[in-house]
Design a binder for this molecule. Structure first.
Ligand SMILES: [Zn+2]
Length: 144
């Protein structure tokens, strides 16, 4: 499969017969590594995801709107964490509604910021599982 993106011609990473197993990709996502090769970090600096992998040239930001999946992963995970904390804290602090709300408010503010890189990483891992990440074939240079 060939994808013609705004950055140039993109080819899928590896061959079409490349086996993409869930476990290694999930582990790479947990470690914020490229889901395709696992050799390089996806993070350029805090709150800045690289455009492509510096080892295998897999394209991380390939089209307008691709980031919506990472936002979705972050929002859904935040909601699940808030629900889980609420359900766990309810029997413990059942008469202290204000305390529960304060805890949930802090979690709702802090968790999405802390989970930013992992939401991108899980989104890239999911995308790599479904349809292999495209590779930038325009240059053989190593990207930073
Ligand atoms: Zn890579």
């Amino acid at each position: 499969m060939v994808c013609y993106g705004a950055l140039g011609v993109h080819l899928p990473v590896g061959s079409s017969k490349e086996k993409r197993a869930i476990r290694p990709i999930l582990l790479r996502s947990l470690k914020l590594l490229c889901p395709a090769c696992g050799q390089s970090s996806i993070v350029q600096r805090p709150f800045k995801i690289k455009d492509r992998c510096s080892s295998c040239r897999a394209v991380f930001k390939r089209e307008e709107g691709f980031f919506v999946g990472a936002i979705l992963a972050n929002v859904v995970t935040t909601e699940l964490v808030i629900l889980l904390i609420y359900l766990v804290s309810l029997p413990i602090f059942n008469t202290y509604d204000q305390l529960i709300l304060a805890i949930l408010f802090v979690v709702a503010i802090v968790f999405p910021v802390a989970f930013y890189h992992h939401s991108w990483s899980f989104w890239l891992g999911f995308d790599h599982l479904v349809e292999s990440l495209p590779r930038d074939s325009k240059s053989n240079d190593r990207w930073s």
